[in-house]
Design a protein around this ligand. Structure first.
Ligand SMILES: Nc1ncnc2c1ncn2[C@@H]1O[C@H](COP(=O)(O)OP(=O)(O)OP(=O)(O)O)[C@@H](O)[C@H]1O
Ligand SMILES: [Mg+2]
Length: 583
């Protein structure tokens, strides 16, 4: 899990550089159009300020009615052009923002999904989703702020300063004096923002997790009268998030009034100066009007820049953590590039030990050998390490000690793709996509022929219940198979596994939700189909022993029996304790 440290100003700069490098070169057209609009906005805003000089001097001071029409036409043209460019700029900003957000959301989702299994332990799926969404949005906002919103304001500010300078150089220099004050203030607020921005990401994750946890487990919540507890949990995460958002907006909102006050200060001094200049040196009122208008107009971009800068720190902080997620390489057991010879379903454990992140040992010096075509049952009390053993075979974790060989090759030298294709895993908690039964089965092997699908459907006895549905195999299973019963879901999962044409099949209590008769039929069909493949059943049911060649018994991570089913009750006392003497 990522540490919760706050990125420094240097990290923020690096993040900004990387964001630009990764996104801008691919979006040259949008950027070019944006620049045209930005220049348009700034030039016409400055021109608008300049027109006030014409209004005052040419129309009012000169009392010239003819010039009034001319000036009016200029004013209308300038403000229309300004609005037009403004509109174009706003649209392009949205386009840029959305395209970058979705790019990084896709990237972050892909990287998250490819992470190792242990990355997902103890964290809700919605927690990850909230992060991915927020990260992508932050990246979009950051790039838009830097490349468009910021630039628009800076260009406008520069153009207005040019107008001011042309009217009165001394006063312009005086107004520039406040810039360092603004700068100091903004950098102080930036540091504060970077600190709270990370917390906002975490808290919005908790918010989604608390809500979806209760909604996903709604049956349990209702049957145990846990509504109040779930509501309280959700409420407190909403409150915590609100608190953070409030903290952030307190900081960003402070920039505007402070800027306003500083502006007022300059304006006050200017009024006195202007009066003195007009009276003593006879400057025209038009020049001062143009100056004041430019100054007042410059105000908006200046205050926007400082607000944007503070907001940018938040987006950059979140983007910084997004890059950390994107850059972390998945820790995979098999990270070699060797292929596996299909059909070689041997599994060999030599002195394999493994513990999760806590110090307890879940697999303790386990050694056994399965030849291709072996059928084995793994038994043991709950928590003995059966599922952990299976996860090791699947390459979800790497052993802390010892060596695992799959298909006579060291698991760490096998390419992950080959390893996953070599093994079919049918787990106890079946997962189905919200699609038709047939599509779910086809996930086992996308280019399977119709005949192959039907064969898998028959072996897994899916036809037994699918026939009763009006749409048959085209029936939608609902979100995670919620329209099917537990046993029906298991049968679809078995059919999906059978279609995979793997060399090793692992069933982790995959028939636990089936009735005895159904289980027997499926087991017979399964073993008929999987004659040459290695098959591992993790089970609590002695009824399955009649289908296997060997039984492997685990206790507290150790092998305490490994023999034929007819002998193991004699050779393993631990086995006898758990199952008694087999008939
Ligand atoms: N993600 C995890 N993090 C830490 N410890 C874990 C994790 N998963 C399992 N364990 C621990 O590892 C040990 C073995 O668990 P495992 O799930 O392999 O048992 P099991 O034999 O499959 O049990 P069951 O029959 O109940 O499915 C247990 O003590 C368990 O608490
Ligand atoms: Mg288990």
């Amino acid at each position: 899990m990522e540490s919760v440290n706050t990125p420094t100003g240097d990290d923020a700069l690096k993040t900004a550089k990387r964001l630009i490098k990764e996104t801008i070169p691919k979006r040259k057209k949008i950027i070019t159009a944006s620049i045209v609009c930005m220049v348009g906005v700034s030039v016409f805003t400055a021109a608008l300020a300049y027109t006030t000089k014409l209004i005052v001097n040419d129309v009012f001071v000169a009392k010239d009615a003819g010039a009034a029409i001319e000036v009016a036409i200029i004013v209308i043209f300038v403000s229309f052009s300004k609005s037009l460019f403004h509109y174009g700029n706003a649209v392009l900003q949205t386009v840029l923002n959305r395209s970058i957000s979705s790019f990084y959301q896709k990237e972050a989702f892909q990287k998250t999904l490819r992470r190792e299994i242990s990355f997902f332990n103890g964290k809700h799926a919605s927690d990850h989703m909230a992060q991915i969404r927020l990260y992508g949005m932050a990246a979009g906002q950051a790039v838009t702020a830097i490349c468009s919103r910021f630039l628009t304001e800076v260009l406008t500010l520069v153009a207005l300063f040019v107008v001011m300078f042309l009217q009165d150089a001394l006063m312009t220099l005086y107004s520039i004096v406040i810039i360092p004050i603004i700068f100091g203030l903004v950098s102080f607020l930036s540091r504060k923002i970077r600190k709270v921005a990370k917390e906002e990401t975490d808290l919005s994750g908790h918010y989604f997790a608390a809500g979806s946890e209760a909604l996903a487990g709604v049956r349990t919540v209702k049957s145990y009268n846990l509504e109040r507890k779930s509501i309280e949990k959700f409420n407190s995460s909403v409150d915590a998030l609100e608190d953070r958002i409030f903290g952030i907006s307190k900081v960003t909102a402070a920039t505007h009034p402070i800027m306003e006050f500083l502006g007022g200060l300059v304006l006050g001094v200017f009024v006195i100066y202007a009066a003195w200049q007009t009276i003593t040196y006879g400057k025209t009122p038009g020049e001062f009007t143009a100056f004041i208008t430019a100054f007042l107009l410059a105000y908006q971009p200046a205050s926007k820049i400082s607000k944007l800068w503070v907001e940018l720190q938040k987006s950059l902080t979140q983007s910084f953590f997004m890059f950390r997620l994107i850059d972390t390489k998945p820790k995979s057991v098999s990270c070699g590039n060797k292929s596996l010879q299909s059909g070689n379903g041997s599994v060999n454990f030599s002195d394999v030990s493994f513990g999760y992140e806590n110090d307890e040992v879940s697999i303790d010096k386990v050694s056994f050998n399965l030849e291709p075509g072996d059928k084995v049952a793994i038994v043991g009390k709950s928590g003995a390490g059966k599922s952990t053993l299976v996860d090791l075979i699947l390459g979800f974790y790497s052993p802390t000690d010892g060596m695992i060989e799959i298909g006579s090759m060291d698991i760490s030298s096998i390419s992950p793709m080959y390893l996953k294709n070599h093994i079919a895993f049918i787990s106890q908690d079946v997962f189905l996509f919200d699609d038709t039964i047939e599509e779910n089965i086809k996930d086992g092997f996308a280019s399977a022929s119709h005949e192959e699908i039907i064969a898998a459907v028959k072996s897994a006895q899916v036809d037994g219940f699918a026939e009763d549905f009006p749409l048959g195999l085209q029936t939608r299973v609902g979100a995670n198979g919620s329209n099917l019963s537990g046993g029906q879901k298991q049968r679809v999962a078995i059919a999906r596994g059978l279609l995979k044409r793997a060399s090793i099949y692992i069933f982790d209590e995959a028939t636990s939700a089936l009735d005895v008769e159904n289980e027997r039929e499926i087991m017979t069909a399964l073993l008929e189909t999987l004659k040459n493949e290695t098959v591992i059943f993790v089970t609590h049911r002695p009824a399955l022993f009649e289908y296997v060649d060997k039984v492997l018994m685990l206790e507290k991570g150790k092998v305490v029996g490994f023999d034929e089913p007819s002998k193991i009750d004699k050779t393993s006392t631990k086995f006898r304790e758990l199952f008694g003497v087999l008939q």
